[in-house]
Design a protein around this ligand. Structure first.
Ligand code: NAI
Length: 334
């Protein structure tokens, strides 16, 4: 019998990459376009596994329902797992897997795309030229060469980002409670404490997972410590930044620019076409009014390579479930 999988929050690119992965034909796919949560969990009834993404809610009551429906695996098709109550999953005996690694280049290259766009005001230039406005006033940026970047979190993505920025001729400072000194030496990256990084960097980029400890890692005090006019980039998780404090720092001019691929309250907004409705989130609306704020809608992972890596690991885990074999190494959360 084929393994039946309820895939929540399915977008066309998910469907395409999952069904193209090796062994996908052995799976009975149930693609659902809505997100997992207390009101949507019933759609998993009869499935052997459930596949979710970053905005799905896998809270204790949801997990209890899944177990009641005899779902045996919750397979995350992403790296971060802050939306899953792992303690509850463990207590309920529900297996949870994620995709521990997929093209870190996809995410790191998006950081650089955001940085170059924001600094050189490409987003504004693009619109101007389309309106036949060929004036350059207000489009002055700065050379990255010779400036200092601060990388917070030197895991897979932070390291690639650091290496790319070294290629621009930037000095790179890094902070990580678990530093990798050999890597730093190889790429001439300097580990410093978080205060030194904040005070000394022209560009700060966040590459840490969202946990209880890292929630609001960037808040009023941290922002005040940063170099005036610095650029802050977050492609990791929205709640790493206190949005209210961020808006204050933009209004006061303390920050020179902000590029976000993630937002504290992105659930229900990012990934959706809301162009015909009134945006209810006042802080996001305010952020969108700043000329020096650039926002993309959680798309840093969106390359062909990353999508096929994600599909390969996810399908391998679904097939392992059916065959009673071990899950992909490094992907097991419970
Ligand atoms: P990783 O697990 O390889 O690295 C995370 C690093 O953060 C580790 O070296 C860890 O020691 C460090 N760290 C933990 N707490 C810290 C703290 N308080 N200060 C400084 N460093 C700290 O993770 P990876 O693969 O590099 O991904 C990072 C994050 O990027 C993920 O957790 C996920 O939230 C986000 N992400 C976003 C994507 C997007 O499409 N926007 C796609 C993929 C990941």
């Amino acid at each position: 019998m084929n393994t039946t999988v309820a895939v929540y929050d399915t977008k066309p690119y998910d469907r395409a990459s999952l069904t193209r992965a090796e062994g996908a034909e052995q799976i009975a796919w149930r693609f659902l376009e809505f997100r997992l949560g207390p009101d949507a969990v019933h759609a998993a009834a009869g499935a052997h596994a459930v596949c979710v993404f970053v905005s799905d809610c896998a809270s204790r009551p949801v997990l209890e329902k899944l177990v009641e429906y005899e779902v045996r695996l919750l397979a995350l098709r992403c790296t971060g797992f802050n939306n899953v109550d792992l303690d509850a999953a463990k207590a309920l005996g529900l297996a949870v897997t994620r995709v521990p690694i997929y093209s870190p280049y996809a995410v790191a290259e998006h950081v650089v795309a955001l940085l170059l766009t924001l600094n050189r005001k490409i987003h504004r230039a693009y619109n101007r030229v389309r309106e036949m406005n060929f004036a350059l006033q207000g489009l002055v940026g700065f050379d990255l060469h010779g400036k200092t970047a601060g990388i917070i979190g030197t895991g897979k993505i932070g390291r690639i980002t650091a290496q790319i920025l070294r290629g621009f001729g930037m000095r790179v400072l890094a902070y990580d409670p678990a530093p990798s000194h050999a890597w730093a030496k190889q790429h001439a990256v300097e580990y410093v404490d978080s205060e030194t990084l904040a005070a000394g960097s022209d560009v700060v980029s966040l590459h840490v997972p969202l946990t209880h400890e890292t929630r609001h890692l960037i808040r009023r005090e941290t922002l005040a410590r940063m170099k005036p006019g610095a650029i802050l980039i977050n492609v990791s998780r929205g709640a790493l930044i206190d949005t209210t404090a961020l808006i204050e720092a933009l209004k006061s001019g303390q920050l020179g620019g902000v590029a976000l691929d993630v937002y504290e309250e992105e659930e229900g907004i990012f990934f959706e076409d809301l162009s015909g409705v009134v945006l209810q989130d006042d802080e996001l609306a305010r952020l969108l009014t700043f000329p020096n704020v650039l926002i993309t809608s959680h798309q840093a992972f969106l390359t062909h390579e990353a999508l096929s890596d994600i599909a390969r690991t996810t399908v391998a885990n679904l097939r392992a479930l059916a065959a009673g074999q071990p899950f992909v190494e490094g992907s097991v959360l419970t």
